[in-house]
Design a protein around this ligand. Structure first.
Ligand code: SF4
Ligand code: SF4
Length: 121
Protein backbone atom coordinates (compact mmCIF):
# COMPACT_ATOMS: atom_id res chain seq x y z
CA UNK A 1 0.00 0.00 0.00
CA UNK A 2 1.24 3.48 -0.89
CA UNK A 3 1.32 5.66 2.20
CA UNK A 4 3.04 9.04 2.21
CA UNK A 5 6.00 9.25 4.59
CA UNK A 6 5.97 13.03 4.60
CA UNK A 7 2.57 14.70 4.22
CA UNK A 8 4.24 18.05 3.44
CA UNK A 9 5.57 16.52 0.22
CA UNK A 10 4.56 18.52 -2.87
CA UNK A 11 3.21 15.28 -4.31
CA UNK A 12 0.08 15.60 -2.15
CA UNK A 13 -1.04 18.66 -4.07
CA UNK A 14 0.27 17.46 -7.42
CA UNK A 15 -1.42 14.06 -7.28
CA UNK A 16 -4.68 15.57 -6.12
CA UNK A 17 -4.59 18.15 -8.92
CA UNK A 18 -3.54 15.50 -11.45
CA UNK A 19 -6.65 13.49 -10.59
CA UNK A 20 -8.80 16.52 -11.27
CA UNK A 21 -6.75 17.40 -14.38
CA UNK A 22 -7.48 14.06 -16.00
CA UNK A 23 -11.21 14.67 -15.61
CA UNK A 24 -10.90 18.03 -17.34
CA UNK A 25 -9.20 16.79 -20.51
CA UNK A 26 -12.43 15.37 -21.91
CA UNK A 27 -13.51 18.73 -23.38
CA UNK A 28 -16.55 18.93 -21.12
CA UNK A 29 -17.45 21.99 -19.04
CA UNK A 30 -17.23 21.89 -15.26
CA UNK A 31 -18.45 24.02 -12.40
CA UNK A 32 -15.70 26.58 -11.71
CA UNK A 33 -15.05 29.28 -9.15
CA UNK A 34 -12.28 31.71 -8.20
CA UNK A 35 -9.93 31.62 -5.24
CA UNK A 36 -9.44 34.69 -3.05
CA UNK A 37 -6.36 35.51 -5.14
CA UNK A 38 -8.40 35.39 -8.35
CA UNK A 39 -7.15 32.09 -9.81
CA UNK A 40 -9.66 29.76 -11.43
CA UNK A 41 -10.61 26.90 -9.14
CA UNK A 42 -12.44 23.74 -10.22
CA UNK A 43 -14.02 22.13 -7.16
CA UNK A 44 -13.95 18.32 -7.04
CA UNK A 45 -16.79 16.65 -5.15
CA UNK A 46 -16.42 13.48 -3.13
CA UNK A 47 -17.81 10.27 -4.63
CA UNK A 48 -16.69 7.34 -2.50
CA UNK A 49 -13.86 5.81 -0.47
CA UNK A 50 -11.92 2.79 -1.71
CA UNK A 51 -12.21 0.44 1.27
CA UNK A 52 -9.16 -1.52 0.11
CA UNK A 53 -6.98 1.60 0.32
CA UNK A 54 -8.49 3.25 3.42
CA UNK A 55 -6.68 2.61 6.72
CA UNK A 56 -9.40 4.21 8.86
CA UNK A 57 -7.17 6.96 10.26
CA UNK A 58 -10.10 9.41 10.46
CA UNK A 59 -8.21 12.41 9.04
CA UNK A 60 -10.87 13.04 6.40
CA UNK A 61 -13.59 12.95 9.06
CA UNK A 62 -11.73 15.59 11.11
CA UNK A 63 -10.99 18.05 8.28
CA UNK A 64 -14.23 17.83 6.34
CA UNK A 65 -16.24 21.03 6.72
CA UNK A 66 -19.29 19.38 5.17
CA UNK A 67 -19.41 16.50 7.66
CA UNK A 68 -19.51 14.21 4.63
CA UNK A 69 -17.72 11.22 6.19
CA UNK A 70 -18.27 8.79 9.06
CA UNK A 71 -15.96 6.05 10.27
CA UNK A 72 -17.63 2.67 10.12
CA UNK A 73 -16.57 -0.88 10.81
CA UNK A 74 -16.88 -3.31 7.92
CA UNK A 75 -15.87 -6.92 7.33
CA UNK A 76 -13.21 -7.51 4.64
CA UNK A 77 -12.08 -11.11 3.99
CA UNK A 78 -13.64 -12.15 7.29
CA UNK A 79 -11.74 -9.48 9.28
CA UNK A 80 -13.12 -6.32 10.92
CA UNK A 81 -11.78 -3.12 9.45
CA UNK A 82 -12.49 0.55 10.21
CA UNK A 83 -12.96 2.70 7.10
CA UNK A 84 -14.30 6.12 6.18
CA UNK A 85 -17.63 6.08 4.38
CA UNK A 86 -19.16 8.98 2.45
CA UNK A 87 -22.55 9.39 4.12
CA UNK A 88 -23.48 12.96 3.16
CA UNK A 89 -22.04 13.62 -0.34
CA UNK A 90 -24.62 16.37 -0.87
CA UNK A 91 -22.76 18.48 1.73
CA UNK A 92 -19.47 18.41 -0.20
CA UNK A 93 -17.90 21.81 -0.92
CA UNK A 94 -15.36 20.42 -3.39
CA UNK A 95 -12.40 21.93 -1.52
CA UNK A 96 -10.17 18.79 -1.56
CA UNK A 97 -9.25 19.13 2.13
CA UNK A 98 -9.88 15.41 2.58
CA UNK A 99 -7.51 14.53 -0.29
CA UNK A 100 -4.76 16.66 1.23
CA UNK A 101 -5.24 15.16 4.70
CA UNK A 102 -5.43 11.52 3.58
CA UNK A 103 -2.12 9.66 4.14
CA UNK A 104 -2.70 7.39 1.14
CA UNK A 105 -0.94 8.52 -2.04
CA UNK A 106 -3.54 10.02 -4.33
CA UNK A 107 -6.12 9.72 -1.55
CA UNK A 108 -8.27 6.70 -0.70
CA UNK A 109 -11.29 8.75 -1.73
CA UNK A 110 -12.30 9.72 -5.23
CA UNK A 111 -13.61 13.17 -6.07
CA UNK A 112 -14.94 14.51 -9.35
CA UNK A 113 -15.58 17.98 -10.77
CA UNK A 114 -19.24 18.69 -11.44
CA UNK A 115 -20.10 18.60 -15.11
CA UNK A 116 -22.39 21.41 -16.20
CA UNK A 117 -24.60 21.92 -19.24
CA UNK A 118 -24.90 25.00 -21.50
CA UNK A 119 -27.94 26.23 -19.56
CA UNK A 120 -26.14 26.12 -16.18
CA UNK A 121 -23.18 28.26 -17.33
S1 SF4 B 1 -13.92 17.99 -0.65
FE1 SF4 B 1 -14.10 19.12 1.32
S2 SF4 B 1 -16.29 19.08 1.83
FE2 SF4 B 1 -15.94 17.55 0.21
S3 SF4 B 1 -15.64 15.63 1.33
FE3 SF4 B 1 -13.59 16.51 1.00
S4 SF4 B 1 -13.16 17.74 2.83
FE4 SF4 B 1 -15.37 17.30 2.80
S1 SF4 C 1 -8.06 10.03 5.50
FE1 SF4 C 1 -7.92 8.46 3.93
S2 SF4 C 1 -7.11 6.64 4.99
FE2 SF4 C 1 -7.82 8.09 6.57
S3 SF4 C 1 -9.93 7.43 7.00
FE3 SF4 C 1 -10.04 9.03 5.42
S4 SF4 C 1 -10.05 7.90 3.46
FE4 SF4 C 1 -9.35 6.49 5.04
Amino acid sequence: MNILKNRKDDNVKKICCDVIGKELKSGKKFLANRTASGEEWIPAFVQKVDVDKCIGCGSCVKVCLGNCYELKEIIVDGKRKKVAVVVRPENCLGDCHCHKACPIIGGAMSCKPKEISETER
